[in-house]
Design a protein around this ligand. Structure first.
Ligand SMILES: [Ca+2]
Ligand SMILES: [Ca+2]
Ligand SMILES: [Ca+2]
Length: 282
């Protein structure tokens, strides 16, 4: 039974051998995606096979309602990237899950098998579920991607219907998808960064210009619903309340991890140089 949770930055921390970093908010590195390698958002993750292994993150860190019982219960691999010309961040997640449960909560997909992306382009630290009721503005967003087969697979909590909202209905801004194949779910997405972002219109939103070495707030949580047990760990659940595992880094670290947007020339950067990069950013 595998209960150990591999820190997302484990590879880099081991490489650096600096114990003090283990208690800090994690830092991830978004690989620079060349113009000819922009991924197609379709659930086929072969677009990401070129990414150097230093940028591929396996396992979870952070808080769980109930930790996965084993790698078969829930395990995941994460890819992060960005491109300057498109001014978008891209991501992919491969989740293995022993019981795939979708379509039970079309209005609350986090209670089914799904992922949640917290995105804070200016690292303001605001609650990602919050839109100001008067200004209709938010500085951060919490996106969800589900693999449900009915209804939308992509939206933002506390925001308008994703099928009608200007930001989520038009793929020029953002897109996400989850594709189920047996016991695997393949998620893929991109985000155009606005902060603040307006409930009402693009004109009232502020586009963030992504630049090399920029630090943004970004995390991915994975939700697992399995039959027979609910989120409180109670056996014999017979209703739709099967949500039981959720990995979330913000709870344990106090705030969202940093993601550094790597410059194009650093695609093949050696792990030994991560320490220098971290020092330059302090
Ligand atoms: Ca793809
Ligand atoms: Ca499971
Ligand atoms: Ca599940």
């Amino acid at each position: 039974m595998k209960k150990s949770i591999i820190p997302l930055v484990g590879l880099m921390l081991v490489s650096l051998s600096i114990p003090a970093l283990a208690q800090e908010v994690p830092t991830y590195y978004a690989v620079y995606i060349p113009d000819d390698k922009i991924p197609v958002i379709d659930g086929d993750l072969s677009d990401w096979e070129w990414v150097p292994e230093e940028y591929v993150v396996e396992g979870f860190t952070g808080h769980f309602l109930l930790p996965p019982e084993s790698a078969d219960d829930l395990s995941a691999t994460f890819w992060f990237g960005w491109n300057d010309a498109t001014n978008k961040v891209y991501g992919a997640i491969h989740v293995h899950d022993d019981h795939i449960m979708v379509d039970l909560h079309p209005q609350s997909p986090h209670m089914d098998d799904s992922i949640e992306i917290h995105w804070d382009p200016t690292e303001c630290g605001q609650d990602p579920c919050y839109f100001d009721p008067e200004t209709h503005m938010s500085n951060t967003c919490q996106f969800w991607i589900s693999a449900q087969t009915t209804g939308p697979q992509w939206g933002i909590y506390s925001a308008p219907d994703p099928t009608t909202w200007w930001y989520t209905k038009d793929p020029k801004y953002t897109k996400g998808i989850g594709v189920i194949k047996g016991n695997e779910i393949y998620y893929e997405y991109y985000i155009t960064p606005y902060s603040p972002i307006s409930w009402d219109s693009e004109e009232q939103s502020t586009l963030i210009d992504l630049e090399p070495m920029m630090s943004v707030g970004w995390q991915v949580g994975v939700d697992d619903a399995d039959p027979g047990i609910n989120r409180k760990g109670e056996e014999g659940a017979t209703t739709g309340d099967y949500w039981q595992s959720h990995s979330s880094t913000s709870t344990v670290w106090g705030k969202r991890p940093h993601v550094i947007l790597m410059p194009p020339e650093e695609v093949a950067v050696e792990p030994a140089s991560w320490g220098l990069i971290k020092m330059l950013l302090r």
